[in-house]
Ligand binder design. Structure first.
Ligand SMILES: C=C(O[C@@H]1C=C(C(=O)O)C=C[C@H]1O)C(=O)O
Length: 181
């Protein structure tokens, strides 16, 4: 099942629902890429699952104020540390956002989106929305390896005032693969 379906139901929860051990990760408004690089002592990579022109789901189109029928550049990735997936992410980039300097977003490849966003002097990040979901809800093939709630977030980044939506899901390997920082 693609992330497209996994993110279909982003059920918001208040940030105070977050357990202590996840608060620093999920509420950090800085670059997640930089945080992962630091936490893994540089053993970090981006695996692009797909990057295609597709229709966002209804909720995403609504947040981006895009017509429900319009397509956007949808990028789904896994962020790996020490070869393990620590984060899965889905970004929705409307056509009109891919103008000017932001045209480069079409050809990121396995460079992190964050490496572009947090370099831009014209970037403003909107508020974080928090969600809690389950492997079952995401139809994740975990063969029982993950049987605990998963925490995620999404926020809109504005580049020269043009929006893109980034959703991220934090996997338990973040805490299991390393001690708390
Ligand atoms: C927004 C960031 O970029 C990260 C990298 C992404 C990508 O390469 O597609 C997507 C979401 C983020 O987890 C960040 O590093 O904070």
């Amino acid at each position: 099942m693609s992330l497209n379906d996994r993110w279909h139901t982003f059920r918001r929860v208040p940030s105070f629902y977050l357990p202590h051990e996840w608060r620093n990760w999920v509420l950090d408004r800085g670059s997640l890429t930089q945080r992962l690089i630091h936490a893994s002592h540089g053993n970090f990579s981006v695996r692009v699952i797909r990057q295609q022109w597709l229709k966002p789901n209804y909720d995403e189109a609504r947040l981006l104020n895009c017509p429900a029928s319009s397509k956007a550049l949808i990028r789904e990735v896994e962020l790996l540390c020490h070869g393990n997936v620590w984060v899965i992410a889905r970004s929705i980039i409307p056509y009109n956002t891919l103008s000017g300097k932001e045209r480069q977003l079409k050809s990121l490849g396995n460079r992190s989106l964050g490496s572009f966003l947090f370099k831009s002097k014209a970037m403003v990040r909107g508020p974080l929305q928090i969600t809690q979901t389950s492997p079952a809800a995401l139809s994740m093939q975990t063969d029982g390896a993950i049987n605990e709630p998963l925490w995620g977030r999404r926020s809109i980044f504005y580049l020269h005032g043009k929006p893109l939506l980034v959703s991220e899901l934090f996997l338990p390997s973040i805490l299991k693969d390393r001690p708390q920082i």
